[in-house]
Design a protein around this ligand. Structure first.
Ligand SMILES: Cc1cc2nc3c(=O)[nH]c(=O)nc-3n(C[C@H](O)[C@H](O)[C@H](O)COP(=O)(O)O)c2cc1C
Length: 423
């Protein structure tokens, strides 16, 4: 009796014991629809490293997690290259959760505040782990897509984030078959977004980028994956696609963010801002290389280039197709190939880190995955369809593009017209 009385007294004095217990799984609210046209969301992409204390509500978190890795009526929001070998951890003040895409819920992983493992202080840290049963580079290309959707969606909701290298995620005690790849802090930017439209184009050989009528949410929800390739693209469509793959924003960033002095961003992030990819466009008429800007000019708002320079005449699509994982892309009106320039991945030796060795290859697959994903979204917004293939014979792709061993082809993105609304 005395014991029961003592327990009752203890519980009365500590009512929070009942309420503090965290649910082992809680459903997220339905994601919000974002009306912002896709191109505006791409143009507004910028890294944010300083955040206010304002908390992020579950509705916005739900929208970001769905875009990152959720399910659509057709499949997933992002394209699997080697299965879905990524896992998203959400580090909140009270606990660490795992995002469960199937039930669109958060599963309790561990109680406690682990947000301090991030490079930048923020109300939430999103950690993305690689399941080592899957290929590291291809999973990084998947994570590159996830990170794009986190960035686009966060920004469109007036939140901010940045991709950071995420080995520190291992500190939360990941299962032994997983390792942390990236961590993205999430919160309201300390320096609010402030953009002005300024295309500032030199040699506008390709048409200026136009906004489509498709919203960010619609593009993610309706993303197409082409399995047949045909038709012809007009110059506006080629311009939109090539810009989405690796172009510069048409906005000037006036936010005066102290930790990010870049005033004109690219359509995707790059480790140390090396941007070591070269983008090639293969069409019926020949092979072209994309030039988007002058080296490191974006710090100072120098003019943007947006042009394709022909490096070879003739139709090489059949040869590219044979050296790829999708032999039927020979009839694709446009094939984009992302190629890593290993010299650019070295950075400025002595001043900056050398990221050219195989150990760091995942960084560039992350970037190539982001580039390919932008093309998938942009194609969808322009009533086109695209897919992602892999080079199966590196030597042949190099020789078609007239490249030496300093260059490594990473991903091949064929684009097609859509026939009668089907893919
Ligand atoms: C794979 C990857 C890793 C990155 N790692 C870091 C990092 O550890 N810390 C950081 O502050 N920024 C990191 N960044 C962000 C880049 O520094 C940033 O994208 C680049 O400076 C260009 O700036 P912007 O994104 O604002 O246009 C990373 C980006 C990528 C794609």
């Amino acid at each position: 009796m005395k014991v029961l009385f003592a327990i009752s007294l203890f519980l009365l004095a500590n009512p929070l014991i009942f309420y503090n217990k965290l649910e082992s799984e809680y459903p997220l609210p339905p994601p919000l629809k974002i009306d912002m046209p896709l191109e505006i969301a791409i143009n507004r992409r910028a890294s944010v490293r300083e955040f206010s204390d304002e908390p992020v509500d579950d509705e916005k978190l739900s929208t970001i997690l769905w875009a990152a890795y959720g399910y659509t009526k057709k499949g997933r929001t992002v394209h699997a290259l080697d299965g879905y070998g990524a896992k998203i951890y959400v580090l909140k003040e009270e606990a660490v959760y795992i995002y469960n895409p199937k039930r669109h819920s958060l599963i309790l992983f561990k109680e406690g505040d682990y947000r301090g493992i991030g490079q930048y202080e923020a109300p939430i840290q999103i950690g993305i782990a690689w399941n080592k049963d899957f290929d590291e580079n291809l999973t990084s290309a998947l994570i590159g897509q996830i990170a794009q959707n986190i960035a686009f969606t966060a920004n469109a909701l007036d939140l901010g984030t940045v991709v950071t290298v995420g080995m520190a995620l291992n500190k939360i005690g990941l299962p032994s078959n997983e390792t942390g790849k990236i961590i993205m802090p999430l919160g309201y930017p300390k320096y609010p977004y402030n953009f002005t439209y300024n295309p500032n184009i030199l040699f506008p050989v390709l048409p200026l980028i136009k906004n489509s009528t498709m919203s960010l949410t619609e593009a993610i929800e309706n993303r197409r994956e082409a399995t047949q390739f045909n038709g012809k693209l007009n110059l506006q469509e080629i311009s939109q696609i090539i810009w989405a793959s690796y172009g510069f924003s048409y906005y000037i960033d006036n936010s005066k963010s102290e930790l990010n002095p870049i005033v004109r961003h690219r359509v995707l992030p790059s480790a140390h801002a090396y941007y070591p990819l070269c983008i090639y466009a293969v069409t019926e008429k020949g092979i072209y290389r994309y030039f988007a800007g002058l080296y490191r000019y974006y710090m100072w708002n120098l003019p943007v280039l947006h042009l394709l320079i022909k490096i070879r005449s003739g139709d090489f699509r059949g040869e590219v197709a044979k050296a790829s994982s999708m032999p039927n892309i020979a009839s694709a009106p446009l094939i984009i190939i992302s190629v890593l320039d290993l010299r650019k991945a070295k950075g400025m030796i002595g001043l900056w880190d050398d990221f050219s060795s195989a150990k760091f290859r995942w960084l560039w697959y992350h970037e190539a995955g982001a580039s390919a994903y932008n093309v998938l979204l942009e194609a969808t917004a322009w009533n086109l369809s695209a897919n992602i293939a892999l080079p199966t014979d590196i030597a042949i792709i190099r020789s078609i593009l007239r490249l030496n061993n300093n260059f490594l082809p990473l991903l091949i993105v064929p684009v097609s017209k859509v026939k009668n609304g089907s893919i």
